[in-house]
Design a protein around this ligand. Structure first.
Ligand SMILES: NC(=O)c1ccc[n+]([C@@H]2O[C@H](COP(=O)([O-])OP(=O)(O)OC[C@H]3O[C@@H](n4cnc5c(N)ncnc54)[C@H](OP(=O)(O)O)[C@@H]3O)[C@@H](O)[C@H]2O)c1
Length: 214
């Protein structure tokens, strides 16, 4: 059982919080206004704690970034002390919106948010994962007709092993978890988001994942 802080109580954060709590982990959701978040999300699971983002990051062992990717670097760099010595699981996508509000261009072409975060937080082990699918699939991979892939990118093998364990708690079979290598490999999975707006425009918000087929 691990204590997990989840920054952002939107679709991704709330979904991950509910499943990780049900798996037995201690979950603290970090929101900008914890009382509002508790009122909105209080039905998720009885044991979830609602706090501000700094408190959630400070008081837990593993922190998940489920906030908007385009502003995550500044926000998380501001939590450097709180994140020091911890694993930061980044599931965000750093994109600029297209005119219709769907993801458009990458914020960090030729690099990635995960690399920027790792450089800004040298005392933190950053692991990128789960950013290549609709949020519903993150916690229910078995619901897709085609078995989906969860990619892992990160410099620290032990941290990736820990995150792979959390993915198991979310329902991922080991053979569907693809460790791509160090944090620079997040460049590839962050770029996969460029496929997403075209899929959503054609098919709506139906569950999908950008996966490897063999
Ligand atoms: N939706 C998906 O299917 C999906 C799939 C893969 C990856 N992602 C990525 O996951 C992240 C979250 O996506 P989402 O769909 O859950 O978004 P969302 O529903 O808009 O939720 C984001 C949450 O982040 C917090 N937040 C928003 N603006 C903030 C700010 N300026 N400073 C601090 N916190 C802020 C808010 O929580 P509070 O109001 O509680 O503060 C908000 O509920 C994004 O980076 C997205 O690209 C999403």
């Amino acid at each position: 059982m691990t204590s997990i802080g989840i920054l952002g109580a939107g679709r991704v954060g709330a979904n991950l919080a509910a499943k990780l709590s049900a798996a037995g982990h201690h979950v603290a959701i970090g929101g900008r206004n914890p009382d509002d978040t508790a009122a909105r999300r209080g039905g998720l699971a009885p044991r979830i704690i609602y706090a501000d983002q700094r408190t959630a990051a400070r008081s837990t062992d593993i922190v998940i970034n489920a906030t908007p990717g385009d502003s995550s670097l500044e926000r998380l760099a501001g939590l450097r002390a709180e994140l020091s010595g911890k694993i930061l699981v980044d599931v965000s996508n750093a994109t600029r919106d297209a005119a219709d509000g769907l993801p458009g261009d990458l914020c960090y072409p030729g690099s990635s948010l995960a690399e920027k975060l790792q450089a800004a937080l040298p005392g933190t082990r950053v692991v990128k994962t789960l950013n290549t699918m609709l949020f519903t699939v993150m916690t229910a991979p078995e619901t897709l007709a085609t078995p989906p892939t969860a990619y892992l990118s990160g410099d620290d093998e032990q941290a990736k092993g820990t995150v792979a364990g959390l993915l198991g708690d979310l329902g991922w079979q080991p053979e569907r978890i693809e460790d791509l290598g160090d944090i620079t490999t997040a460049r590839a999975t962050e770029a996969m988001v460029l496929v997403v707006p075209h899929v959503l425009r054609r098919h709506g918000f139906k569950p999908f994942a950008v996966s490897l087929a063999r």
